[in-house]
Design a protein around this ligand. Structure first.
Ligand SMILES: [Zn+2]
Length: 76
């Protein structure tokens, strides 16, 4: 599968760290499965992965929390 951004790179499956910012707080999720372009570095996430990152952000970043680091956990 070719990258849609640079149109030359190939997408490699790997795990990445994702930084999510919300209202000044930062959530870092590690070991997130993604496909990464080996040319420009663009990252692609499956819909269910992107949705879970969103859910994790909402559940994790409560008032008073400024930084949290989580491991990605696939929903059963
Ligand atoms: Zn690319």
């Amino acid at each position: 599968m070719k990258c849609v951004i640079c149109k030359t790179g190939d997408l490699q499956s790997q795990t990445v760290s994702v930084n999510l910012e919300r209202q000044g707080a930062l959530l870092v999720v590690q070991n997130v499965p993604a496909r990464v372009c080996d040319s420009c570095g663009e990252r692609y996430f499956e819909d269910d992965v992107a949705q879970q990152l969103l859910d994790t952000t909402q559940h994790t970043l409560q008032p008073g929390v400024s930084l949290d680091i989580r491991q990605y956990q696939k929903v059963a």
